[in-house]
Design a protein around this ligand. Structure first.
Ligand code: SF4
Length: 64
């Protein structure tokens, strides 16, 4: 699976970067940056990020 963020929805609130800082970061311009690929032990944090995103812009796509 890969992380995919719908940038048409994302408002750069940054909650995902607090929940899963290894996978989501806010750059110097306050814009979300993220890595599509992740390890198994990062999944629980990514699921937390999905839960806390106020606009539900984070998705997991594809087969594992
Ligand atoms: S929490 Fe949601 S809206 Fe905020 S930066 Fe992350 S993906 Fe974007």
């Amino acid at each position: 699976m890969k992380i995919w963020v719908d940038r048409n929805i994302c408002d750069n609130h940054g909650q995902c970067a607090i929940a899963a800082p290894d996978n989501f970061t806010m750059d110097d311009d306050g814009v979300l940056q993220y890595k599509e690929d992740f390890s198994d032990d990062e999944l629980e944090y990514i699921e937390d990020a999905i839960d806390v995103c106020p606009v539900q812009a984070i998705f997991l796509k594809g087969e594992q």
